[in-house]
Design a protein around this ligand. Structure first.
Ligand SMILES: [Zn+2]
Length: 88
């Protein structure tokens, strides 16, 4: 696994929770794909990040997309990620 270091604390991140779900939203803030990821944190300053799988395990055209989102939300296992919109 890649070693991830907190530049504020000069400390390596440690595992916090495996198998969380990242829910990507498009620029209209509509959910469109789900990824698995692992949450890690800095043991010193407690900042947390998620290392996310490269490919989604479910996309919005799949029949089970909204059901799985509802199930994962009930388990508090969803981290919502929104597309960055550039402002001029
Ligand atoms: Zn830190």
């Amino acid at each position: 696994m890649t070693k991830i270091v907190c530049v504020n604390c000069n400390t390596a991140y440690i595992p916090e929770e495996n198998g969380v779900c990242i829910l990507d939203h498009d620029v209209t803030r509509t959910p469109y794909q789900l990824f698995f990821g692992d949450r890690i944190k800095c043991p010193s300053c407690r900042v947390e990040v998620v290392i996310c799988a490269r490919y989604p395990f479910l996309q919005r055209h799949n029949n089970r997309f909204h059901t799985v989102i509802a199930e994962k939300r009930a388990e508090n296992q969803i981290i919502d990620v929104y597309a960055y919109v550039y402002e001029e």
